[in-house]
Design a protein around this ligand. Structure first.
Ligand SMILES: O=P(O)(O)OC[C@@]1(O)O[C@H](CO)[C@@H](O)[C@@H]1O
Length: 391
């Protein structure tokens, strides 16, 4: 990035900022919701209550000595942050560690009966089984009449806008779902994406939320496989529950089972996905780095090799975008190509805007957005983009 000034990494300390609000309000609200999700015993409830106090008023505390991933968190910088206020370590670090500590509190890593029980599963399932999801699946029947090109474009946009389905975001912004999406994209490299997909063999999709985002992501992959636009898809999910609704392998199975059970075209998509999982043309990976508190510029060699082997890698969602470009307050006109120059191969971002980080806007677009909304467009979840580098 020869000419790009690099701003500092974002912290959550600025009073009145969205970031501080996430730490001070969203995190305790998530704990309250988790506390109600299952009949947790007194020990779990006490651990959750302690975390609720600690994460808003205290400092980062260590993981247990016997934690299976202690060395990993140390390699990610844990020792340097212990004893520091949650507001004064990098925001991404603070958020990621919050989810790790939440899982510790509910006994997710065991031993014990709560081992492996996803504290967010009731919320994820409620969404997957909702009338909205049913209506979205029924709408697939109309798509069947259209040309493959039109279907592809509709499914790409379904996957993009599916990113509005983010249960963590809705928890701290109750009006988010009702606010109308603005259909014109703030950056639209979709032609470049289709050009890259034309000669593609392997597509990596780095998933974001389960349910109403993962379902359209899977539909998009199924379409590309069916049309022989790609030979193989690699879906990266989280290794454990994270940011409330982020997709895990269990969520992939729930989504595919829901599709298989659906009538009409949705059911056909489901069977296509089932077959692809069985024959290895759809592979799911849950790399530990997918839930790391670090940007993708710091990814380990094996993950880099995985992305390097893909014709195109698509990053879904707001958090993945922050990690892809670096969690910094870039000037919005900073070229997306500059901040992703480190990435091996063609990379695309499909994201609705739900936090301050943004790159790759034209000066005209930035000026128009700011004139109409101040800085609210950055975090409102009504705007979206498709950005591509490396075609
Ligand atoms: O990655 P997603 O699901 O699109 O959005 C994640 C999010 O809701 O959580 C973060 C704040 O906690 C922000 O990056 C964004 O607001």
């Amino acid at each position: 990035m020869p000419h790009t000034p690099v701003p500092p990494v974002l912290l959550g300390d600025e009073p009145g900022s969205f970031r501080r609000g996430v730490l001070a309000e969203r995190h305790p609200a998530i704990i309250r919701q988790v506390r109600e999700a299952f009949p947790y015993d007194a020990e779990v409830r006490r651990a959750l209550d302690e975390l609720a106090v600690n994460c808003t008023r205290g400092a980062l505390e260590p993981l247990p000595d016997e934690a299976h991933d202690l060395d990993r968190w140390r390699a990610w910088g844990l020792d340097g942050h212990l004893g520091t206020s949650w507001y004064d370590v990098p925001w991404l670090w603070s958020e990621s560690y919050f989810y790790r500590q939440l899982l510790q509190a509910v006994g997710y890593f065991g031993p014990g009966v709560w081992q492996g029980v996803d504290p967010f599963r009731p919320m994820k399932l409620a969404e997957l089984e909702s009338a909205e999801t049913e209506a979205e699946l029924a709408a697939l029947d109309d798509l069947a009449e259209r040309s493959a090109t039109e279907r592809g474009r509709a499914l790409l946009h379904g996957s993009l806008w599916g990113n509005r389905a983010d249960l963590g975001f809705r928890l701290s912004d109750a009006g988010a779902e009702e606010r109308a999406a603005v259909s014109g994209l703030v950056a639209d490299d979709s032609d470049a994406l289709w050009a890259a997909l034309k000669d593609a063999t392997v597509l990596c999709l780095v998933a974001d939320n389960a349910g109403r985002e993962l379902v359209p992501d899977l539909l998009f992959l199924a379409h590309l496989l069916t049309e022989h636009q790609i030979e193989r898809a690699v879906l990266h999910v989280k290794p454990y529950p994270y940011y409330v609704s982020d997709a895990t392998f269990d969520d992939v199975l729930d989504a595919v089972r829901a599709l298989v059970a659906a009538p009409g075209a949705a059911g056909e998509f489901g069977r296509r996905l089932w077959a692809a999982l069985s024959d290895g043309t759809l592979v799911v990976r849950a790399h530990p780095f997918s839930a790391s508190p670090l940007p993708y510029a710091d990814m380990p060699d094996d993950l880099r090799a995985d992305f390097a082997g893909a014709s195109v890698t698509v990053f879904k969602g707001d958090l993945n975008y922050r990690r892809l470009v670096g969690d910094r307050l870039w000037a919005p006109t900073t070229p997306f190509a500059d901040v992703t120059a480190y990435f091996p191969g063609v990379v695309a971002a499909l994201r609705t805007l739900k936090s301050d980080v943004i790159t790759g806007l034209s000066a005209e677009t930035e000026a128009a957005l700011t004139a109409s909304e101040g800085q609210g467009w950055r975090i409102g979840g009504t705007r979206a983009l498709i950005q591509v580098r490396g075609v």
